[in-house]
Design a protein. Structure first.
Length: 131
């Protein structure tokens, strides 16, 4: 990724880069609610104009990898993919998350107390030569 100042143009470059690499870019706005914080531009000395056309915006625009509009894309203008396939393994991520949580519970609530009880027993400590 070019050394962008993360303010303007970098997100458009990310979409362009994926398309340029031959990767499909999908406008998922019907299924995903993207939340952008509403804010003012009072943190910048020049306000909104300073953000969009100030020194940092010019720096991002001057990068050879990102500068010109050909390197700017937005998802809503992305070409439709030829064929979209439903991910057959999409439910596994939920199952793996629950399995990890159950594994942590099993480790923390069951095996750790047994292990520490064994380690503190004098016969086992003597057999393992733990002082």
């Amino acid at each position: 990724m070019p050394p962008f100042v993360l303010r303007v143009f970098w997100d458009n470059w990310l979409v362009w880069k994926a398309l340029d690499a031959g990767k499909p870019v999908i406008d998922a706005s019907r299924a995903v609610m993207a939340v952008h914080q509403n804010h003012d531009y009072s943190y910048h000395p020049q306000g909104k104009a300073g953000i969009w056309s100030g020194e940092e915006a010019e720096l991002n625009g001057s990068l050879p990898e990102a500068g010109a509009p050909p390197h700017h894309r937005r998802c809503h203008r992305s070409p439709p993919p030829e064929k979209l396939k439903r991910n057959a393994l999409r439910h596994w991520s939920t199952a793996k998350r629950y399995a990890r949580q159950a594994g942590r519970v099993l480790l923390n609530d069951v095996w750790q107390p047994i292990w520490f009880a064994l380690l503190t027993s004098p016969p086992l400590r003597n057999a393992l030569r733990i002082r």
